[in-house]
Design a protein around this ligand. Structure first.
Ligand code: HEM
Length: 361
């Protein structure tokens, strides 16, 4: 098939893209050199947000099917790898923007009221599609985050809240994890025995330690008791559901078991991709949090304690949203319950055979 010839400029719509930087300071005849950097930085962010949404939508489409095909798992993980690399890249744009000093910023800041990054529609879509719950969001000027958007955008945001997010897809997928128990092996039962053994050994070693005095010994024993309590909340389904209702956990009870199994036995062939997926979720959350933190620091550096152009308390609001707007926190909490590999229950051969890659001629 013959395709019509095309050139670089028209293919990339460069006339449109490069004609879209219109500094307000020029329009108001008070040219501020750094406004170009400010505009281009925000525009490149929005372009990368578009790419992230492209990857996320495809991931969700593959992931929200009743059964995720093995062939699609690789695609899902590579989409998340790509999103992660983009996150790392856009985080690096902050130091570039910070070459603009606070005084350079003040040259044109007043011309931007009441525009604010808070009105980035694509950023909100990304948060929703990843799984940030609207109930977990800070309110903004005593109103929901969506109030700053047009009616059409609000509808789209609501739809993104109602559709299954990455968090929800992962939760459902984990719930379906096989290998948790069969006639030969019950992971949860064996794991509980291993935890009890680990804690008893710790108590025994602490009691036998002649190098520490009684005060310290008691403190250490109390600490071990606290760890036991943490574990017992995990072993007791009713307690876990109570903690979940209080917002301390978000994953289902069954998903927690699966996530622990996958991570603790991650070298088993069947768990290698699932392990990479969970690691990516941790990476994504950590990098987004790092971005939020760096952005809050930049706002503090540029504005001090001034309020934001969008009317928030400025860097204070951003600091709080850094702490609160986390999505995959459960996976961070789960590491509390890892036990040393040497103390993990051995998997029976029948099970490891099932988890191997099987090739047939
Ligand atoms: C001089 C540089 C910047 C300053 C001083 C700044 C300041 C602020 C402030 C104070 C807020 C809180 C809302 C408000 O009251 O306006 C905010 C929100 C936001 N800004 Fe920036 N910003 C800067 C650059 C950027 C860039 C380059 C982006 C990239 C898209 C961005 C994206 C956002 C987003 C997404 C929010 C909402 C965050 C949330 O609600 O958690 N900002 N910014």
């Amino acid at each position: 098939m013959k395709y019509p010839a095309i050139d670089y400029t028209s293919y990339l719509e460069l006339d449109n893209i490069l004609g879209s930087q219109k500094p307000k300071s020029e329009e108001y005849k008070q040219p501020a050199h750094d406004e170009m950097l400010f505009i281009i930085t925000h525009q490149t962010y929005e372009l990368w947000f578009k790419q992230i949404l492209h990857e996320l939508s495809s991931t969700l489409q593959l992931f929200s099917q009743k059964e995720v095909k093995d062939t699609n798992m690789g695609i899902i993980v590579s989409r998340l790898d790509r999103i992660m690399e983009i996150f790392k890249l856009i985080k690096m744009q902050i130091p570039v923007l910070e070459t603009m000093t606070p005084l350079d910023f003040l040259d044109f800041r007043d011309m931007l009221y009441p525009a604010s990054g808070f009105q980035s529609f694509q950023f909100r879509l990304i948060e929703n599609k990843l799984g940030l719950l609207s109930t977990e969001r800070l309110t903004y000027n005593n109103a929901p985050y969506s109030k700053v958007f047009s009616e059409k955008e609000q509808k789209e945001l609501k739809a993104s809240e109602d559709q299954p997010s990455l968090f929800e897809c992962v939760n459902k997928w984990l719930q379906r994890t096989p290998f948790l128990n069969d006639e030969q092996f019950d992971f949860w039962k064996n794991y509980k025995v291993a935890v009890d053994k680990m804690l008893s050994t710790e108590i025994e070693l602490t009691n036998r330690n002649s190098l520490i005095d009684n005060d310290i010994k008691e403190k250490q024993l109390a600490q071990i008791e606290k760890t036991r309590e943490l574990f017992s909340a995990l072993f007791d389904k009713t307690k876990y559901q109570e903690l979940k209702a209080q917002g301390q956990w978000r994953l289902s009870y069954e998903s927690v078991h699966a996530a622990l199994l996958i991570q603790m036995y991650r070298f088993e062939p069947a768990f290698q991709l699932p392990f990479r997926l969970i690691t990516r979720l941790l990476d994504l959350d950590a990098t987004l949090t790092e971005w939020r933190y760096k952005h809050a620091l930049m706002a503090k550096r540029m504005l001090g304690t001034k309020v934001g152009t969008g009317g928030s308390s400025g860097s204070d609001y951003l600091k709080k949203s850094t702490e609160k707007h986390k999505i995959f926190n459960d996976f961070f909490q789960l590491t509390t319950f890892f036990i040393p590999r040497s103390q993990l229950p051995d998997l029976p051969d029948t099970l490891t055979k099932k988890m191997n890659f099987n090739y047939s001629q």
